[in-house]
Design a protein around this ligand. Structure first.
Ligand code: GLN
Length: 308
């Protein structure tokens, strides 16, 4: 059955309300290249599993998706390694910042989940070991399953992250010392920084993540991206871990599995119904889009359409 909610009206109403909020937060200056983005950008795109599209603002402009891409890398690693993956990374919420080091020592170098930086770095190590050409193969996987051809890495962002990624180097070296990285730190981090530098628009994201709303199959390309069971599990990890120490806040106020990135993007999924991506570059203190969180809260509240 078609979704008959008037999202177009809801988007413009909610965006107008959000534009009147205090203009808080900052773009992610700790990666200097991300600091060059126009902080006033704002985009929304929703795609239903029936392939209806609704959009608002800068929905077709590409931006740095940053940690949103950690869902793609997890999907590919799970496809290649199956449940053995969980021997090297957990699936519990961390309750800590995305780049935190504190839990790793107590937990012997096994990161809490695949969405904090440490966990995503382990997933990158798995992909570097399993793929012939990790960078090309990852992009091909995203392009083929989504049906979107113009997806690329931004080498300026990669360079900027390499120059300033002291914490990521610390995390990778620490895990290497525990024996939880099989490849060399520089090689794994080169792939990790590329993963974070992928550029996509809200429209691209809503389309590419539709497999999580349709039991593992992207209905646009008709490709089975992952099994239905694993798709459910990825959604559950997004629900619990997608916003780091603010995962509870997002579940509480928006009520959808989701994943944020420090480029100011957020993807959220309503299994069985739709995918929605929002973009607003200014971040709150937890590294999540300040207005993006407010937009999604407003949209699921107005449409009365969350998973709870
Ligand atoms: N590239 C960023 C980092 O490693 C990704 C962080 C994020 O989007 N939360 O710090």
């Amino acid at each position: 059955m078609k979704d008959v909610i008037d999202y177009q009206k809801i988007f413009s109403d909610v965006a107008s309300k959000v534009s009147k909020m205090d203009d808080l937060g900052n773009v992610a200056c700790y990666i200097p290249e991300l600091g060059t983005v126009n902080p006033n950008k704002l985009g929304i795109h929703l795609t239903t599993v029936d392939q209806l599209h609704f959009h608002f603002g800068d929905a077709t402009e590409k931006f740095s998706i940053q940690s949103i891409s950690k869902v793609f890398s997890l999907t590919l690693a799970l496809k290649l390694k199956g449940d053995k993956l969980w021997e090297r990374v957990g699936y519990e919420p961390s309750g800590c910042a995305f780049n935190s080091l504190v839990q790793l020592e107590h937990e012997n170098g096994i990161p809490r989940n695949p969405f904090i930086n440490a966990g995503a770095i382990v997933i990158c190590d798995v992909l570097v070991s399993s793929l012939d050409n990790p960078k090309d193969d990852l992009l091909d996987f995203i392009k083929c399953t989504s049906g979107i051809d113009d997806i690329s890495y931004n080498e300026k962002v990669v360079h900027s992250e390499k120059e300033t990624g002291y914490r990521n180097y610390a995390l990778a070296n620490f895990m290497k010392s525990f024996g939880n990285l099989n490849n060399e730190v520089d090689c794994v981090l080169d792939f990790y920084f590329h993963l974070c530098s992928i550029e996509m628009s809200c429209k691209d994201l809503a389309q590419a993540f539709l497999y999580l709303a349709d039991a593992g199959v992207n209905p646009i390309t008709n490709t089975t991206v992952i099994t239905a069971r694993r798709s459910k599990r990825i959604n559950s990890i997004m629900q619990m871990c997608g916003f780091y120490d603010e995962a509870g806040e997002f579940a509480f106020k928006t009520g959808l599995p989701g994943k944020s990135g420090v480029g100011g993007g957020i993807i959220a999924v309503h299994p069985g119904k739709y995918c929605i991506a929002v973009w607003s570059p200014k971040l709150n203190k937890n590294g999540n889009s300040y207005k993006g969180m407010a937009l999604l809260e407003g949209i699921t509240t107005r449409s009365n359409n969350s998973i709870f």
